[in-house]
Ligand binder design. Structure first.
Ligand SMILES: *Cc1c(COP(=O)(O)O)cnc(C)c1O
Length: 400
């Protein structure tokens, strides 16, 4: 099945453009530029050139023989997005959008960041294209990810702290949108996930589809068939939609998105938007959302800074309602156990975000036959999380 995107940017009831009037024409200009770029052989050549030579694509798939044997069930394969330059899938999207910004003649890049991964990828690609770059980041995330802040600054970006509310990703998006409204003609807003007003969700998906198209061909080459399960973690939903996109029409392939149940299911202790949220509107689009009694975005929490966002990409909301993708949860504790298990058995330290997807695979594998194939999108590497994990372990582990 294919999620039908309407001309005005809706996946069923989700998506759209809920933005101030000044941004409507900017978004429509962006959409036109994107539609023409994605069919332009020169643009496609540049995109492939940088993916191959700068990012290091194609990323391999890897059979976790040790982990699979230890769990005693399905064979687990990883799509190694952790091996990309900068350590995650985010760069696939920043390369695509920065080439689009250059094509549109924009000179200034702004972006939001949560964990700092999107900020780092944006700062790097802005340096690559010699563009001015400003990154908005919640003050709390700046504290949690100080090395990423320094990386962005090293690559020439200005990091602006968002000091309102919970001082995390939601507030960073608010401030980036405000800055964009003030100077929309000269500024390209480089959005980091499959969220935001149309055309961002479908544009970010487009630039992440490379994950799924490579992985589908690679597993067919290696295992001579399609996987039984494809599993990805869901923050805004870009790595998940990127890998799912290649399998949506294969009804025999079970697709699972994993959200963080954090420390528990009370408000403020998790970020399980699709599982526990209700449809609502924020940051310019309609989707499942975690909201308080007044309909405002609720406080969210996860051990992984990249997953604590109170909304989710509108295509995921559509795929949930359509029943094509199942959305499940993994707790901080399960993610941390998966983080250590992959490190020990395979010598691969996963990002805490990706550890949520792994946790689901670890839970599922023992009940499957040894012929069953589970493909996990390893969206990033864990180097950025090592200091935080060390701190958590020294405090005596985590609840959940
Ligand atoms: C940012 C990030 C995520 C979450 O973002 P999505 O848009 O949901 O993919 C997941 N994994 C890693 C490693 C990240 O850096």
């Amino acid at each position: 099945m294919t999620a039908t995107l309407s001309a005005d940017g809706f996946f069923g009831p989700y998506g759209g453009q809920f933005v101030p009037e000044q941004l409507r024409s900017v978004l429509s200009e962006l959409d036109q530029a994107f539609q023409s770029a994605k069919q332009d052989p020169e643009f496609l050549r540049d995109y492939s050139y940088y993916l191959n030579t700068y990012v290091g694509r194609p990323s391999p798939i890897y059979h976790c023989a040790n982990l699979s044997r230890r769990l005693g069930g399905a064979q687990i394969y990883l799509k190694r997005e952790d091996l990309n330059h900068l350590g995650a899938h985010k760069v696939n999207n920043t390369i695509g959008q920065i080439l689009l910004a250059r094509r549109m003649g924009k000179k200034k890049i702004i972006a939001e960041t949560g964990a700092g991964q999107h900020g780092v990828a944006t700062a790097a690609t802005a340096a690559l294209m010699d563009m001015e770059c400003t990154i908005y980041m919640g003050e709390e995330d700046i504290r949690r990810q100080e090395l990423n802040v320094f990386r962005m600054q090293m690559m020439g970006a200005t990091v602006v702290p968002a000091t309102s509310g919970q001082r995390t990703l939601k507030e960073a998006v608010d401030e980036a949108i405000n800055a964009w409204v003030l100077d929309a003609d000269n500024t390209f807003y480089l959005l980091g996930s499959a969220v935001g007003p149309h055309p961002y969700p479908s544009m970010v998906r487009h630039f992440q589809e490379i994950i799924g198209s490579e992985a589908r061909a690679q597993i067919q080459e290696e295992a001579k068939r399609l996987p039984d399960h494809v599993i990805a973690c869901v923050g805004g939903g870009s790595n998940a939609i990127g890998i799912f996109s290649a399998f949506l029409n294969d009804s025999e392939v079970v697709l699972e998105g994993v959200e963080p149940s954090g420390r528990g299911l009370e408000c403020g202790e998790h970020a399980a938007t699709l599982t526990l949220g209700q449809p609502g509107t924020m940051h310019g689009f309609h989707s499942y959302m975690l909201q308080d009694d007044a309909g405002e975005p609720a406080p969210v929490y996860s051990i992984s800074a990249g997953l604590d966002y109170p909304s989710v990409g509108p295509e995921h909301s559509f795929l949930k309602d359509a029943g094509r993708v199942s959305y499940v949860m993994a707790s901080d504790k399960q993610a941390l156990d998966a983080f250590f298990m992959l490190s020990k058995t395979e010598g691969i330290i996963p990002a805490l975000e990706s550890s949520h997807a792994l946790a689901r695979a670890i839970e599922l594998a023992p009940s499957q036959s040894p012929e069953a194939l589970i493909l996990v999108n390893l969206s990033g590497r864990g180097d950025k999380d090592v200091a935080e994990v060390k701190h958590i372990v020294e405090q005596g582990g985590c609840a959940g």
